[in-house]
Write a protein that binds this ligand. Sequence first.
Ligand code: FES
Ligand SMILES: [Fe+2]
Length: 440
Amino acid sequence: MLSQEENELLTRVGPGTPMGEMLRRYWLPALLSSELPEPDGYPLRRLRLLGESLVAFRDSNGRIGVLGEHCPHRGASLFFARNEECGLRCVYHGWKFDAEGNCLDMPNEPSDSAYRAKIKQVSYRTRERNGMIWVYMGSAAEPPALPDLEWNLYPESHGYISKRIQKCNWAQALEGGIDSSHVPFLHGKLETPSTAEDLNAKSYLPNSFYYADRTPQFEILETEYGCHIASRRNAGPDDYYWRINEFLMPFHTLLPPTTLAETPTWGAHAWVPVDDETCVTWSMNWSTKPLSAEEMDFLRNGNMLHAAEKELAPETSAPEGKWSPAGNLENDYLIDYEVQRTKFFTGIPHLWLQDHAIQESMGPIYDRRNEHLGASDAGVIKARQMWLRSARALRDHGTLPPGLLQPQSYRIHPIATVLPRSEPWLEALKDQLFVTGAPL
Ligand code: FES
Ligand SMILES: [Fe+2]
């Protein structure tokens, strides 16, 4: 349970809010490179971050610009702008801005040079790496290095990235991503799967350990970048099944596989605030080798982390419009009560839509004064402590939040495995937990 003041502190991300200022110290995953495919292509207004409306474009030299959406002359949207000769030209009166927000031209003014030099459009720094465009909205003269998240260290051929818009606060959505005890309920079948099913590499349903022991024990260990959230389930008289979720500041999570089979890819999310009541849920899968066409197709159209492309609403020019799932509040997330009665715990199709529906069902910003946390919420409690502590320390003392000075500490794998009960998990898994040898 949080006080109202803490809930406000946690969930408000606009300019000048303590959490918004903390988040602005980190690089934000913002766009796929494929959304800005070519120099001088159409600008995108499908970009809103931390409560700010932006346009993005790739200029004549391939450089990416992220500017405030509204022209500093009289506020027209630069979405309509002409992308020409290394800048965006507003179609209302022709003012032109480069990727750094400098005003290059003011053709409707008689003598523009002194006035023009004073005009600066809001602009944010960008980096592009392996198919992802990152944006830095902080004011530091020198932004930190990009975090060494493994999914972003391999080339695009080694993975698949998608995203979807969630109509709820970013922290509320992320809390679902680190809450391991919901798995056999929200994502479960009514019949306990057999061990043979567990060994089906294409199944992402919970394995039999989740059903045999629905009361996991948690061990949380804080790290330089966030925390390990280790959950332990009984696995016969001598063993435990361990699942190590990773939370990486400020909004990254790594997902251990849910089958016992050797997984061809690893999974991750980033939960990036659009504003207080909306977030983008990024889903990534990656491998240490190039993916086959079949593997890529399974990720694109399978039902694990990704909103299959056919399940997204049609493309629109509305901000983020293309990435809204077809299953939503208006159609009850496609729930089928007959399926709920006979087959699956929820009756909502797709693992990702089950999470999506339930996180949105709590309302745009859940009032955490009403909740009753238990032992199974240990990971959620730790993440909240880290967020609140870091936002307050930055606000009150200017202390940098965790992980910014240790980008290499983000080189972590998510692990799930069976260990003898006598073996401490960290000792047993430390060689597998840390990424070695990934290229940049
Ligand atoms: S509003 Fe953009 S040039 Fe006038
Ligand atoms: Fe889930």
